[in-house]
Design a protein around this ligand. Structure first.
Ligand SMILES: [Zn+2]
Length: 117
């Protein structure tokens, strides 16, 4: 056994790598912390991407989920405090995108017709 035991006395320390460049993330700011799960915000020192890391403990050991985000720490805190996004919001966005797509398709068809003439 040569794995470096990182089990500190008080707090579980887990090495979290940047999903973008693999650099070890440090100096995370804790957003939410309970005994079994901690959500922290990091900024990668190497590529400067923001990352959200969820570290949780289960019977199988410590697991982590890390994702790159474009939200800085203040944005995350603000969004967490504001009202959650409703399904209607998602639906509206979806419909908006669909409309945009159909308008684009229509424009392309018109252009194609014009070219065929
Ligand atoms: Zn990075």
């Amino acid at each position: 056994m040569s794995t470096s035991s990182q089990q500190s006395h008080s707090h579980t320390r887990v090495e979290i790598g940047c999903p973008s460049c693999g650099t070890r993330l440090q100096n995370g700011k804790m957003l939410e912390g309970r005994d079994e799960a901690q959500l922290s915000h990091f900024q990668c020192e190497e590529c400067l991407h923001y990352c959200l890391a969820l570290v949780f403990q289960s019977q199988l050991g410590v697991s982590q989920v890390v994702m790159v985000t474009d939200l800085n720490f203040e944005d995350v805190v603000r969004l967490r405090d504001s009202a959650p996004i409703t399904p209607d919001d998602v639906l509206n966005l979806h419909q908006m995108l669909n409309h945009k797509n159909s308008a684009l398709l229509f424009a392309m068809k018109q252009k194609k017709k014009a070219v065929e003439k």
